[in-house]
Design a protein around this ligand. Structure first.
Ligand SMILES: NC(=O)c1ccc[n+]([C@@H]2O[C@H](COP(=O)([O-])OP(=O)(O)OC[C@H]3O[C@@H](n4cnc5c(N)ncnc54)[C@H](OP(=O)(O)O)[C@@H]3O)[C@@H](O)[C@H]2O)c1
Length: 299
């Protein structure tokens, strides 16, 4: 259930994502209970971003962490920076944009630390690649953050192989992961070279929206219905009614070593991701899902 992302840092193979946390309407006590239940299941890694819930999710989790001494040491926290939202919280901003300046990254990390009630972040990710980007400045801030102990490791999200290589060259190869969208309804990273690149570089990617944000369960067009039907057929072959388990297994069985980020708040649904670790798909079953996802037989 644990996976080494670097020599020193182990993450849980299944990560819990907190993007939707503000919608869950949990008290700090309830969130603490959920977190402890997840730790029992072996899920110890939690994914955040400064902007989640219009900058509220990190604080909600921080309030829960504050309730239990020693909890922080049992978990790993990922958070992200770089997107500047144009929301009511920032009335002086005219537009949404990306900011990877030294000052913004430092300020963002300091705010995340305060919100999360912690003095270190396990992995800091740059949330999205940016057309206006100075890798020398980012390299400088990464080494300062790591030297200060505020951030243990740095990585990126939604980068292409060339964007990853470019930043890695400036940062003395210190990037540890790339968090990208992968699901049977999102094959972009099979097509843009990322999966091959991860295999070549032995990078363990994290998969966001592994259930396509819930769309897998509520298909609305012919393509989505086909994917749903194939997942259901394979679920039956594995004596389960859970197509979620099969969709998680499709990610987990891939040799690249994907870490799915589960976005559900429901314990029984989160458990399905853990149970999927036991499911071994045949290569034919894997391709049945892939073929339904691309909408045709492979060439
Ligand atoms: N790096 C990035 O750019 C980026 C972008 C987006 C997300 N993320 C990360 O990835 C995490 C996961 O993304 P996500 O929330 O979109 O993940 P997801 O697991 O694909 O989608 C979660 C949604 O699907 C529903 N769902 C899950 N299992 C279900 C089931 N068995 N039956 C019916 N509905 C089900 C959930 O509802 P219930 O809660 O009611 O179960 C929830 O609304 C986020 O929390 C965030 O940490 C990163």
């Amino acid at each position: 259930m644990k996976i080494n992302i670097t020599k020193d840092l182990k993450l849980s193979r299944i990560i819990h994502g907190h993007w939707r946390l503000a919608d869950w309407d949990l008290s700090a006590q309830e969130l603490l209970k959920l977190t402890e239940q997840l730790i029992e299941l072996g899920i110890t890694t939690f994914d955040h971003a400064d902007i989640y819930g219009n900058h509220t999710c990190e604080s909600l989790f921080g309030e829960a962490l504050k309730l239990k001494k020693g909890l922080r040491e049992k978990i790993q926290i990922i958070t992200k920076c770089g997107i500047k939202l144009n929301t009511d919280k920032f009335p002086n901003r005219d537009i949404k944009y990306y900011d990877y300046s030294y000052d913004h990254i430092i300020n963002s990390v300091n705010t995340s630390l305060q919100n999360l009630n912690t003095d270190y972040i396990d992995i800091l990710l740059l949330h999205r690649p940016a057309p206006f980007f100075n890798p020398e400045e980012v390299a400088l801030v990464f080494s300062h953050l790591e030297l200060s102990g505020k951030v243990l490791y740095c990585g990126v999200s939604n980068f292409t192989p060339s964007q990853y290589e470019m930043l890695n060259a400036y940062t003395d190869e210190r990037l540890v992961t790339n968090q990208v969208e992968i699901s049977p309804l999102c094959l972009e990273n099979f097509e843009n070279g990322n999966i091959d690149f991860f295999l070549k570089e032995k990078i363990k990617p994290m998969a966001w929206s592994p259930m396509a944000g819930g769309k897998l369960f509520n298909p609305t067009n012919e393509h989505e219905i086909n994917v749903f039907e194939i997942l259901s057929e394979i679920a039956q072959e594995h004596n389960t009614e859970s197509i979620a388990k099969i969709a998680y297994a499709w990610l987990l069985n891939h040799p690249v070593g994907i870490l799915p980020i589960v976005g559900s708040q429901k314990l029984n649904r989160i458990k399905e991701a853990v149970e999927a670790l036991e499911i071994k798909l045949t290569t034919e079953q894997w391709y049945k899902i892939y073929s339904s996802a691309i909408g045709s037989e492979v060439p």
